[in-house]
Design a protein around this ligand. Structure first.
Ligand SMILES: Nc1ncnc2c1ncn2[C@@H]1O[C@H](COP(=O)(O)OP(=O)(O)OP(=O)(O)O)[C@@H](O)[C@H]1O
Ligand SMILES: [Mg+2]
Length: 487
């Protein structure tokens, strides 16, 4: 099925998210859509998948104009999209989520769909247990589930919006293999990304968007420098962080075991000092997630002790941790961090800690303006958070971090950010460490960890199996440790 977008415009008030975009997608090919944060990638794909309506422009299938103005219409035409943030039903099981949209009555025909799910999993090398609740799956697994659901609906054009942010490199390999298989069967794939390496590894052809317009297009083999110039105008400079001598111990875990996630946390003893930046590496769900939640007071340890600045705080509440200067930011933006539908000002009003029952809107709006300008968020105080581009949502979350934290716990803080923004965020975070905060962050990007961390902890099956300085290791060494090999 040949697909063509012709002169697509989408205006949100004064913002021209798409400003005359045209592109063609052929069957059997993987088409990349590349661009920096806010370039208009997600908007274009939401138009194609019928999730939002276009201001003007034409969508053609095999040369014929089609409406595709609702997700149902798009999916009837064979177009389906995996969103930047998962849209599944967390409380339903994997099987039930798989069945959504395919049958009216979930109770009937469970057996049939169970068989279909299992056989699709086998085909694509996914291992999903039909009876696990979706909320217990990792982001990578939820993505696999949604992909299979779309396939089972019979889609011929699959759109993926930033599918590799926040998933492990192993899951990325599995996903890429699945996508190659899909195009070999004659389907087409559109991969939205701001990661050049992913586009180079996978795509046959790429279109670069910049400020809502097509900045250029290219076929394999790609000229990386030319692509970078199309994306940013000029390539960003590398970040070098000044290493400092760490200060007093901020947090200490002693022989901590805790439940949660896939692997829990086993027998973890770690001390982290003021001024340190600690990178957590590991396959998704290897214990980093639980480590961050134990250190933030969200999960209480089953065994062992947690000390904050020398004081035993084991078993006290999340709020007690917060009062001691611990700040935690989870990975799933639109589930744990931001509330869809509420504006930036409303988010700030919710965080207002003043002991008044009356919301001070004027004050919240002022704070919203400050956050927006300090963190260069593309949006206004009245923008609903779900109208921000993925990268701008992440910037907004970072702007909510407290003023002078002692310990910052960040789960994939640069997830979904383009290269320039990653540098910008770390420059900003560095200011916290200069004031004596310790930062612990997880990331699926080994390069990022090696670039900014003073120490790397590698998690495997709920344990810390490596605690090293980046200069004593490299991506290869870390990769081996992540897979469980320490020698
Ligand atoms: N519903 C909306 N209301 C207002 N503005 C919007 C809405 N949706 C998107 N925008 C704006 O349109 C522009 C393009 O956003 P879009 O989400 O398409 O960017 P993107 O290329 O996907 O970026 P990212 O890499 O950060 O995800 C941004 O400035 C964004 O704030
Ligand atoms: Mg986007």
């Amino acid at each position: 099925m040949d697909l063509e977008l012709r002169d697509i415009h989408k205006h949100f008030g004064k913002i021209r998210a798409n400003d005359g975009v045209s592109l063609k997608v052929s069957p059997g090919r993987i088409h990349g859509v590349l661009g920096e944060n806010g370039a208009g990638k997600s908007t274009l794909m939401k138009i194609l998948s019928g999730f939002i309506s276009r201001t003007s422009g034409t969508v053609l299938l095999d040369g014929e104009a089609v409406s595709c103005s609702t997700p149902a219409e798009a999916s009837a035409l064979g177009i389906g999209m995996l969103y930047q943030d998962p849209l599944d039903f967390p409380a339903l099981s994997t099987l039930e989520n798989f069945m959504v949209g395919q049958v009216a009555n979930l109770r009937n025909r469970r057996g049939e769909f169970r068989t279909r799910l299992t056989s699709l999993c086998d085909d694509f090398g996914f291992s999903l247990d039909p009876d696990t609740a979706a909320q217990r799956l990792t982001i990578g697994e939820r993505q696999q589930l949604e992909l299979l659901r779309l396939l089972s609906l019979g889609i011929r054009v699959l759109i993926l919006d930033e599918p590799t942010t926040g998933i492990s490199s192993v899951q990325k390999d599995i996903l890429f293999a699945a996508l190659k298989k899909l195009v070999s069967q004659g389907r087409s794939v559109i991969l939205v990304s701001h990661k050049l390496e992913d586009v180079e590894a996978l795509c046959d052809t790429v279109t670069v968007l910049r400020e809502g317009k097509v900045a250029g297009a290219m076929d394999q083999p790609f000229d990386t420098t030319a692509l970078l110039r199309m994306m940013f105008g000029a390539p960003p400079p590398p970040t070098t962080r000044e290493r400092r001598t760490p200060g007093e111990e901020v947090i200490r875990l002693e022989k901590v075991s805790a439940p949660g996630g896939r692997s829990g946390l086993s027998d973890c003893t770690i001390g982290i000092r003021s001024g340190e930046v600690i990178g957590l590496a590991g396959l998704e769900g290897s214990g980093q997630d639980v480590f961050l939640r134990v250190a933030s007071g969200l999960i209480r340890p089953g065994r062992g002790k947690v000390l904050l600045q020398g004081h035993d705080v084991t078993g006290t509440s999340y709020h007690a941790f917060r009062r001691s200067g611990v700040a935690f930011q989870p990975a799933a933006r639109l589930e744990e961090g931001l509330i869809p539908g509420l504006t930036i000002t409303e988010h700030i009003a919710l965080q207002d800690k003043s002991p008044s029952f009356v919301v001070r809107w004027d004050r919240s709006e002022l704070a919203a303006r400050e956050n927006i300008s300090k963190f260069q968020v593309v949006g206004t105080p009245v923008s609903p958070v779900d109208s921000l581009s993925g990268g701008n949502q992440q910037r907004l979350l970072l702007s909510f971090l407290p003023g002078a934290p002692k310990l910052l716990l960040l789960e994939n803080p640069t997830r979904g950010l383009d290269m320039e923004s990653v540098h910008w965020v770390w420059e900003h975070l560095d200011a916290f460490t200069r004031q004596g905060a310790a930062i612990v962050f997880s990331s699926s990007e080994l390069d990022e960890i090696l670039m900014v961390a003073d120490r790397v902890l590698v998690f495997f099956d709920g344990r810390v199996i490596k605690d090293e300085r980046p200069e004593d290791t490299d991506a290869m060494g870390l990769g081996m440790a992540i897979a469980g090999k320490t020698e």
